[in-house]
Ligand binder design. Structure first.
Ligand code: GLA
Length: 698
């Protein structure tokens, strides 16, 4: 049974491998008594407490609370702060109601003086080993209540000695991970960019000496793409407190009488089997519950994107010529990036004017789309819906549709302004516009970009007393636009891009079919980025392109290494095909053909991070799906004449026999052998690489 309750005082949430146990303190506060490996006998938890009695502190600070609130002898960062109409700023509650179903638990915390309640919601995904948590804050009275801090969830882990991991990214260097112990004070991961952005990601990942295949790992991902905040605090009462939710740095929400506010959800889990098990748990869950289901189980097509070939200089005939060459390689989706719409010749103009530029496309987009379709490919287009330029028809007609402070000159990012997506009229306008674009043209894919961070959150549409609500309202506006377009065009594939990987999160996953993880396509850098990306986010969502040499790092890497690096995700090509010889086209076609044969295994299979450049000379990832497996191995530089490596595989069936080709020889070994003794590889020189394909023998 996923939910077990004793006397409305003890509550257990069980997944297949873990238990999450709550109880009431003697003051009636909801506390976390246990989070770890599954323990079925709930009564054993009845006489324990989350508080460490040896600590010289009194009051709620002692407890690992499920809903700590500002005030009332708490000196840590708390998960809720409200101001009642009379200025009182703490929340004192009693557990007023318990609602439980087979997989759901709701605890209603009612303030003892004020008509205000916090609903703690839990949904247990027993098989998937995850628990969803979120909160609903309800004003049950007449007078307004100001919400100042509304985290989605709180988690307490007993004891000390934990390490926390998150990214330390930036544009072109997304998903580089950083790990550090939290022995004292707090570690805050926060986005104030108006979206998830490139630096840190909306999740928590805390562990104790965990490794890839062993060790305790606690993790949770927030379903939100706006300003978020994660606080990991070593509280002076022998526990680690974790808060995750909407950032409270510039947040205030007026909850009028009778209104409720629902926070984004967090999907959290525990494993004793290390990071690999965490990854598998999250990846499986994403396929079943997070991704738009229409395309979830379908592998993504191989795409060609002409951005790096033509940048803003998009011309119909030239695009047709590129499409012809792309088709020869076996590309399935041809994408025109930025530069196709009215007056867009550089990044200073035209955002918002989403009509084909008549000079570039005298017959509209139709001609190009027809040609692309006739070549057997689908057609895709780049848009940046949330933006406008000063030099655009949209801005000239609606100067009040952007975020701005009335007395200030509006600041620019990449020469552009951010549309006020908190204004329903703006969102409705965009729905109409893009619906028409998709209805009138045979467009199968949209790359939805977002290239400036948010600032100056003032809106002509809201009273200034509500401006701290705009960050959240903006994200809701973005979701509404995406949701409506998806509803009207369910078969269109949507890619989330924000100057590269600025919108990679579980909130975006509900509306998009893939991410563009980075504008950095250097095959070697990408291996590092792809590795840490894969901890939380699914491989299918990781678009990876082959591009020309001398990109971001001015580095020349052999084609096979670059191609294999891109084939570790959902393959795309962005090289300048005008400069590609017929012979090179044929070579590329060969790789694309191989990729098509293994893509279900790569995109939909289980990932095993076998070894990493962070720890040694070679880097290897393995994908397993059903009877097939694909292993990519990379060497950056040969060292001291050493070219032999032993590699142990994972995820195979020990008793089965697998055939594969290696070192020019057909071989057959048992899963047991391959996983324990391993295979011997030869890799030499600079940037060598291998692809090994294994198939179960019947
Ligand atoms: C952003 C994206 C790129 C490309 C350009 C076009 O930088 O991340 O992939 O689409 O915009 O302007």
């Amino acid at each position: 049974m996923a939910v077990n309750i004793i006397d409305n005082k003890l509550f257990a949430l069980h997944t297949k491998n873990a238990s999450y146990v709550l109880g009431l303190t003697k003051e009636g506060l909801v506390e976390n008594r246990y989070w770890g490996k599954r323990v079925d006998e709930l009564s054993d938890f009845s006489d324990i407490s989350s508080s460490n009695q040896t600590v010289n502190v009194s009051g709620p600070q002692l407890y690992r609370e499920e809903c700590s609130s500002f005030g009332g002898m708490r000196f840590k960062e708390t998960s809720l702060k409200v101001t009642f109409a009379d200025g009182v700023r703490d929340f004192r509650y009693r557990l007023a109601e318990v609602k439980a179903g087979e997989e759901h638990l709701e605890l209603v915390l009612q303030d003892i003086c004020y008509p205000f309640a916090v609903h703690l919601h839990y949904h247990v995904y027993e098989e998937e080993n995850l628990i969803k948590k979120w909160r609903v804050l309800e004003n049950r009275g007449q007078e307004p209540i100001i919400l100042e801090s509304v985290y989605s969830a709180e988690y307490g882990l007993s004891g000390t000695g934990y390490e926390t991991i998150n990214y330390k990214g930036r544009w072109g260097a997304e998903f580089l991970a950083h790990s550090e112990p939290v022995e004292a004070g707090k570690k805050v991961y926060e986005s104030l960019y108006g979206l998830t952005a490139h630096t840190v990601s909306p999740f928590f990942l805390v562990h104790k000496h965990a490794e890839e295949t062993k060790g305790d790992v606690y993790f949770g991902a927030l379903e939100y793409s706006g300003n978020f905040k994660t606080v990991i605090e070593a509280v002076n009462c022998d526990y680690l407190n974790i808060l995750i939710g909407i950032s409270d740095t510039d947040f205030a929400w007026t909850l009028h009488g009778g209104e409720s506010f629902e926070t984004p959800a967090v999907y959290a889990g525990y494993t004793s089997d290390g990071f690999e098990d965490m990854t598998h748990t999250l990846h499986h869950f994403c396929f079943r519950h997070m991704m738009p289901q229409v395309l979830a189980e379908k592998p993504l097509p191989v795409l060609y994107n002409s951005w790096y070939s033509t940048t803003f200089d998009v011309q119909c005939e030239e695009q047709i010529a590129l499409a012809e060459r792309a088709a020869k390689m076996g590309v399935e989706l041809f994408v025109v990036d930025d530069g196709w719409f009215d007056g867009r010749n550089d990044d200073t103009a035209a955002l918002g004017d989403w009509y084909a530029d008549e000079k570039k496309f005298p017959e509209g987009l139709q001609k190009l789309i027809r040609e692309v379709n006739a070549l057997g490919m689908k057609f895709g287009l780049w848009i940046e819906p949330e933006m406008t330029n000063e030099n655009s028809r949209l801005y000239r007609e609606h100067p009040d549709w952007i975020y701005r402070y009335p007395t200030r000159e509006v600041l620019m990012g990449r020469n552009q302004y951010e549309l006020d997506m908190s204004n329903p009229e703006v969102v409705d306008y965009l729905i109409g516009l893009f619906d028409k674009l998709l209805a009138e043209n045979n467009i199968s894919y949209i790359k939805w970009d977002m290239n400036r961070y948010a600032a100056e959150m003032g809106s002509a549409n809201y009273d200034k007393s509500q401006w701290k609500e705009l960050w959240f309202r903006n994200t809701q506006g973005v979701y509404r636009l995406a949701e409506e377009l998806r509803k009207r065009h369910p078969h269109v594939e949507f890619e989330a891009c924000a100057s590269g990987g600025g919108r990679v999160d579980y909130g975006a996953m509900k509306y998009f079919d893939e991410y563009w993880p980075s504008d950095n396509t250097d095959a070697y850098d990408r291996l590092y980025m792809q590795e840490w990306y894969s901890y939380l986010y699914p491989i299918k969502y990781m678009r990876a392109w082959l591009t020309d040499d001398f990109g971001m790092d001015q580095r020349k890497i052999p084609l096979q290494f670059s191609m294999y690096s891109a084939m570790c995700g959902s393959l795309g090509v962005g090289t300048d095909l005008n400069k590609t010889s017929e012979e090179q086209l044929e070579t590329l076609a060969g790789y694309i053909e191989i990729y098509k044969q293994i893509r279900e295994t790569v995109q939909l299979g289980d990932l095993y991070r076998l070894c990493s450049f962070r720890d040694g000379d070679i880097h290897a990832v393995q994908y397993v799906r059903g009877e097939e497996s694909a292993v990519f191995v990379f060497l950056d530089h040969e060292r001291y004449g050493n070219s032999w490596y032993n590699l142990k595989l994972r995820g195979l069936k020990p008793e089965k026999r697998y055939c594969f080709e290696l070192n020019g020889k057909e071989q057959s070994k048992t899963g047991e052998f391959l996983m324990n003794a391993g295979i011997s590889l030869i890799l030499k020189g600079d940037y060598d690489s291998l692809l090994i394909r294994l198939k179960e023998v019947k």
